[in-house]
Ligand binder design. Structure first.
Ligand code: COA
Ligand code: ZN
Length: 312
């Protein structure tokens, strides 16, 4: 038995309205974003990454961040987070009273430049004042480390690079860190090794794993992370998602598929799978195309079909 099965809940963090929508060509109208988030708030997810306070030129589909953050219903017990790339984004997020500021930077220099147009050193330099500013607010800081399992421009990265970055976050007093597999390069052995290393070096750090299913390894990577004691996972409804500044990026692991798998295996997530599937049904119309998730199409594995006539 892994720790999560013995001791309780696996925390599901829903990222569809941030990671999911940032990649979409269509602008999902603000009121539909709010409606979807309000629906997700009642499913039992632990956290919702509502939006990002980025430059509207860089991520036009999330240009309505303030209106969405201010328009949603806040369900007690759910953490409402927003992605923040710089000091300006932090000020905007704090003005909307987010529960969590999800700072973002990359483990690789090239992806940091492509995505954020600054060096890793410049990103870290912006983190310090943000951490200070957030101290006097309700917002907790999480640092998301993109390309932690490989970079689309540089390939595999030395594990020491990742550990050094986490060390810099810990030194700033950041209590939560997300290890992101931006373009689905991680494999389960690598995941288990890195997650064990990070958890054992920084036992008080709340670690979240963020996988994309770009190469079909997403749920296998979840199992590997669980084996290493990780109990927090980002996932996106319908399996939407991807970084527009990472070539070849595609969807996150799909929330309904993740919750279904964990439920079948006896892990408690606190998430109502039917409510999640119900929420996912709206997605194809919202984004104008079919979504990659499996359980939405196949139904849960408990679903049985009537025998065909010739077998009766
Ligand atoms: N919110 C809103 N606008 C912002 C902003 C923020 N957080 N940060 C910068 N801007 C605006 C500036 O005011 C400026 O506007 P102007 O052209 O009207 O004067 C413009 O964006 C450029 O500002 P600059 O500081 O030169 O930023 P940049 O062009 O170097 O871009 C980022 C840097 C970080 C703002 C931008 O690359 C970005 O938002 N990236 C996010 C990428 C992302 O979310 N990727 C997916 C998630 S991993
Ligand atoms: Zn992502």
């Amino acid at each position: 038995m892994t720790p999560a099965r013995e001791s309780g809940r696996v925390h599901i963090h829903e990222v569809v309205t941030r990671d999911g929508f940032q990649m979409e060509r269509v602008f999902v109208p603000t009121e539909h974003k709010i409606e979807l988030i309000d629906q997700l708030s009642s499913t039992g997810v632990a956290k919702i990454e509502v939006t990002s306070f980025t430059s509207p030129k860089a991520i036009p589909s999330l240009a309505d961040a303030e209106a969405v953050m201010r328009g949603i219903r806040r369900e007690p017990g759910v953490v409402y987070a927003a992605l923040v790339p710089n000091v300006r984004g932090c000020e905007r997020a704090l003005a909307c009273e987010v529960d969590e500021i999800n700072l973002v930077m990359s483990a690789s220099e090239s992806h940091n430049q492509a995505n954020l147009r600054m060096s890793r050193a410049q990103s870290i330099a912006q983190f310090a004042p943000i951490v200070q500013t957030a101290r006097g607010s309700r917002a907790v800081i999480n640092a998301s480390l993109s390309t932690a399992f490989g970079c689309p421009f540089e390939g595999a990265l030395p594990e020491t690079t990742i550990l050094e970055m986490v060390e810099q976050f810990a030194a700033l007093g950041i209590p939560r860190v997300t290890l992101c597999d931006t373009v689905g390069m991680a494999n389960p052995q690598q995941v288990e090794r890195l997650c064990r290393e990070v958890s054992s070096r920084w036992p008080d750090l709340e670690v979240t794993a963020h996988f994309h299913n770009t190469r079909g390894m997403g749920l296998a990577n979840v199992l590997a992370a669980l084996q290493a004691g990780i109990i927090r996972f980002d996932a996106s409804l319908g399996g939407l998602g991807g970084c527009p500044y990472a070539p070849g990026a595609s969807g996150n692991i799909c929330t309904e598929d993740l919750v279904h798998m964990l439920g079948e295996m006896g892990y408690a997530t606190g998430v109502d799978l039917s409510a999640l599937i119900e929420a996912a049904r709206a997605l194809p119309e919202l984004v104008g195309h079919a979504v990659p998730g499996y359980v939405l199409k196949a139904g849960p594995s408990s679903r049985v079909h009537p025998l065909p006539e010739h077998s009766k």
